[in-house]
Design a protein around this ligand. Structure first.
Ligand code: PEP
Length: 248
């Protein structure tokens, strides 16, 4: 069974609510593609206006973060049920910026994956190596370990609904993209890891994205690879270029 392509924008900490609504309008006609799942993962404050702005379009709503409890005394946090109620479908978990800047470890990331599923959200689980690990040649073991820890206790049926984003940290926001062969090598290895942890059917179903300076110029070559089912896009998601990636 062919996997459906998924192109998701990670807006990060960009776009005020009014800018967000403008961006949705700018991209509206550019991101139409019946064969692709298109997702905008937006800052928390933009969720409500963007949910309204994408109504009736082919775009699904995603969020960038949440806390693992459902409600209570957690000043400043939002919960998975809150996201779900606001119309969010996808949630980015384990992004390298959250791991590195906010100290999120694989124990918390695993809790987040399980909580997201329990709340009816589909995780986009990010993994990837630093430049040092790439140079040391130990990136394969590192990524396998991330995935094994992050999916502890997650069922095969859940993994079939999961999206995994391979994001080499050295390629994020740097303008340096992994070559299509480098990206395919790791995405294939991730699929084999899922086959080892679960079974072939689960590995065939899970969707794997590449992320890291994907743009209108390099998307087609990356997306042509057999184990790359889509992209997680930062910088280029804020520009009309995003439409070219959706239609690459
Ligand atoms: C990201 O942060 O998920 C990302 C891929 O960013 P960029 O496309 O800007 O490298």
């Amino acid at each position: 069974m062919a996997r459906r392509r998924i192109i998701a924008g990670n807006w990060k900490m960009n776009m005020t609510p009014s800018q967000a609504v403008e961006l949705v309008a700018t991209l509206k006609d550019l991101v139409v593609n019946p064969d692709v799942d298109v997702v905008y993962c937006v800052p928390a404050i933009d969720i409500v206006p963007v949910a309204e702005a994408i109504k009736g379009s082919n775009v699904a709503l995603g969020a960038e973060n949440f806390y693992i409890e459902d409600k209570g005394a957690f000043t400043g946090e939002i919960s998975a049920p809150m996201l779900k109620d606001a119309g969010v479908k996808y949630i980015i978990i384990g992004h390298s910026e959250r791991r590195d800047i906010f100290g999120e470890n694989d124990i918390l990331i695993n809790q987040k994956v399980k909580k997201a599923f329990a709340a009816g959200l589909s995780p986009i689980l990010c993994c990837g190596e630093s430049l040092a690990l790439r140079k040391a040649g130990t990136y394969t073991e590192w990524i396998k370990r991330q995935i094994t820890w992050d999916l502890d206790g997650v069922t095969a049926d859940q993994v079939k609904e999961l999206v995994i984003a391979y994001e080499p940290i050295w390629a994020i926001g740097t303008g340096e993209t992994a070559t299509a062969d480098q990206a395919e090598e790791v995405c294939k290895m991730i699929r084999e890891t899922i086959a080892d942890l679960y079974d072939e059917a689960t590995a065939e179903a899970v969707r794997i994205q590449y992320g890291g300076s994907m743009n209108a110029g390099n998307a087609a070559e990356l997306l042509a690879k057999p184990n790359i089912d889509g992209g997680l896009i930062g910088g280029a998601a804020l520009k009309p270029d995003f439409g070219k990636i959706v239609n690459a």
